[in-house]
Design a protein around this ligand. Structure first.
Ligand SMILES: [Zn+2]
Length: 199
């Protein structure tokens, strides 16, 4: 591992002790650099979430997807355990960017196509997200084994390729009817998302 450049400071939190953020000084990243939110004193086997930005649900309140609830749940579970990490990546629209995501929405709404079909129709890659910087941040925190809160096998693979031992914890959140169609599309693309019948 090469020496990592980052900027780290603390943040306050309502109703509890604060947490730290570590912002990667990464010349290769486009958009905002990757950031790790560090709760407590993370050690091996702690709970980790790698999360890609979704401005529609996280900031604007959309219920077309489950991103906001997954992020909220990750924070709650980590705070319950007392320590853990959320790595937040500026990879809007599965890495294609916000404009591409918006164009995908238009195509989906006009053609009743799911998000992946829309991306293909617009000649966009299905999923161009990259998790190398997340692995960098987790390695930098000294983690060699962790519990990853995810339904996405690509995130597990990215960490395992770096020698990090990953135990998956399914990310299960109640979703709206609109989001259920989105999750069904993700299931068809290999995401291990439990259905309500599974639990
Ligand atoms: Zn979303």
């Amino acid at each position: 591992m090469t020496e990592q450049l980052f900027v780290e400071h603390s943040l306050s939190r309502i109703g509890g002790t604060g947490f730290r953020v570590r912002v990667l000084d990464d010349a290769l990243s486009t958009g905002n650099p990757p950031v790790a939110a560090i709760y407590g004193e993370p050690a091996d086997d702690c709970l980790v979430r790698i999360h890609s930005r979704c401005v529609y649900s996280e900031v604007l309140g959309s219920v077309d997807c489950d991103c906001h609830d997954q992020l909220r749940q990750a924070k709650e579970l980590i705070l319950e355990e007392g320590a853990g990490v959320i790595v937040y990546l500026d990879q809007e629209g599965r890495g294609a960017g916000l404009l591409a995501k918006a164009r995908g929405y238009v195509y989906s709404q006009e053609n009743q196509a799911d998000t992946f079909a829309s991306y293909r129709a617009l000649h966009l890659p299905d999923d161009s997200r990259d998790y190398a910087s997340a692995a960098d941040l987790l390695e930098g925190l000294g983690l060699t084994r962790l519990k990853l809160l995810t339904n996405n096998p690509e995130k597990m693979k990215a960490l395992e390729l770096r020698g990090i031992v990953v135990k998956r914890v399914a990310s299960i959140v109640p979703v709206s009817e609109a989001a259920e169609a989105y999750l069904e599309a993700k299931r068809r693309r290999g995401h291990m998302i439990p259905t309500l019948d599974d639990h």
